[in-house]
Design a protein around this ligand. Structure first.
Ligand code: SF4
Ligand code: SF4
Length: 172
């Protein structure tokens, strides 16, 4: 079936909006609102009237970034008790990945209770959008995004591709 194109009308903009002055003023209004609210919070804390401090700018990278408890950071692959990868090479994560940055090859598992295992497992972290779909899709809880590593710079695109030994290195 041919795709139909839905026309979208352009919003009409008045003289005030076309001059951008109103939008600049609105933006400054938001900035100053946050500034004064935060200033008040710091003053109330200094006066002993408030327990929670106001927001503080973190001097990253001189100070380490404070990650949220549920932050999605660099991936790691989990192991079985015998040290082998828990991944059964079902390819669900590779299939669901919106960035197409997971590449897995499978091989037969020596364990008769497990049909397959991953022979190679590469993630191109230069393409990953850290959506977490791979973690959600995994039926055996073999991949996590909790390595607490967010600095992932490299000198080449190739160095951004993490293979299985690298993804398992900090997994006991
Ligand atoms: S976090 Fe998202 S983009 Fe990154 S490898 Fe997993 S599914 Fe792909
Ligand atoms: S979804 Fe889990 S078990 Fe399946 S290939 Fe990915 S990491 Fe391995």
């Amino acid at each position: 079936m041919a795709m139909t194109v839905r026309p979208v009308s352009r919003p009409r903009r008045g003289l005030l909006e076309q001059s951008y002055l109103w939008e600049v003023a609105r933006g400054l209004g938001v900035t100053f609102r946050h500034f004064f609210i935060n200033l008040a919070r710091h003053c109330l804390r200094l006066a002993g009237l408030r327990a929670e401090p106001g927001a503080v700018t973190i001097q990253y990278p001189d100070e380490p970034a404070v990650l949220g408890r549920r932050a999605r950071t660099r991936h790691r692959l989990l192991r079985r008790p015998d040290g082998s990868p828990r991944c059964t090479a079902c390819l669900l994560c590779e299939t669901i990945c919106p960035a197409r940055c997971i590449r897995i090859t499978a091989e037969e598992s020596p364990d008769p209770a497990v049909e397959k295992r991953a022979k190679t497992f590469d993630i191109d972290l230069g393409m990953c959008v850290f959506c977490g779909h791979c973690v959600e899709a995994c039926p055996v809880d073999a991949i996590h995004m909790d390595a607490d590593q967010v600095e992932l710079a490299a000198y080449s695109r190739g160095d951004m591709i993490w293979d299985m030994p690298a993804l398992m290195r900090d997994t006991k």
